[in-house]
Design a protein. Structure first.
Length: 269
């Protein structure tokens, strides 16, 4: 932990998570709120949300941010992804905590700025996640777990250094996974596969009804993805105890994509 704390490159990574998260929130949630503004020229007075548009906006936004800051922080931009990489022994506990704090603060700032831009919108929910009518907390929790599990599984697979068959763009693959999660979950929960994104909306709108679902579900999904990938689908050859040393040292040879600061980049080997 001490070695990371003293490195400027580590703090740049934390700032990158904050900055990229703020942009991601503003762009993605802004696209979801845009459907509520009537377009006079088209005589649109009762617009209907386009789930495909919103899903693609979230997916493309995360892919763009991953491409922009992936070489700096790894572009986790999601506490569930950070937890998955932590349990996969790819980052230290200190880095994980600082990333999650930066992500949550970035989400609050991005949502607050968007709140000012859309202040004229009546009943502005700011993208608040909530259970759809007829969906109970258990069902909503299950949806969030599955949607997040496939996302973190995609992140782990596309950033696995042992693979030499990965072609194309890892950020794009992860972005499509985010879009897929939204296509699945929007109609049930509003899609809360990113706890920080849900936290930002809840804080700014001061509404925490059923908010626990949008932390517990994604974190269970992220943790499950890490355990399934590392111990069932693609078991690691190194000893678990040795791998766990990265939690305190921040470096481990098998996972370290950058010997200087142990970044996990969103790109294939």
């Amino acid at each position: 932990m001490a070695s990371e704390f003293k490195k400027m490159i580590f703090w740049r990574a934390v700032v990158a998570e904050f900055f990229a998260m703020s942009l991601f929130i503003f762009i993605s949630i802004g696209s979801a709120l845009g459907f509520q503004f009537p377009v006079t020229a088209n005589k649109t007075t009762t617009p209907i949300q386009d789930n495909v548009k919103v899903s693609l906006a979230f997916g493309v936004a995360i892919a763009t941010m991953a491409q922009s800051v992936g070489h700096i922080s790894g572009a986790h931009l999601n506490p569930a992804v950070t937890l998955g990489l932590l349990l996969s022994c790819q980052i230290s506990i200190f880095r994980a905590v600082m990333y999650i704090i930066a992500q949550c603060l970035g989400a609050v700032v991005g949502t607050a700025i968007l709140s000012g831009v859309t202040s004229s919108l009546e009943k502005n929910s700011l993208g608040l996640n909530e259970l759809a009518e007829g969906i109970n907390s258990g069902q909503g929790l299950g949806i969030e777990i599955i949607a997040t599990l496939q996302l973190v599984l995609c992140v782990l697979a596309t950033t696995d250094r042992r693979r030499n068959d990965v072609s194309g763009s890892a950020p794009l693959a992860i972005g499509l996974s985010v879009a897929l999660g939204h296509l699945l979950a929007i109609d049930y929960t509003g899609c809360g596969i990113n706890p920080a994104r849900s936290f930002g909306s809840a804080v700014v709108s001061n509404n925490f009804v059923d908010h626990w679902i949008f932390w517990v579900g994604p974190l269970i999904g992220g943790a499950s993805a890490a355990l399934i990938y590392d111990f069932i689908l693609a078991p690691r050859t190194s000893d678990v105890v040795d791998r766990m040393k990265v939690w305190t040292s921040g470096q481990v040879e098998e996972y370290d994509l950058d010997a200087d600061d142990s970044r996990v980049e969103m790109k294939p080997k």
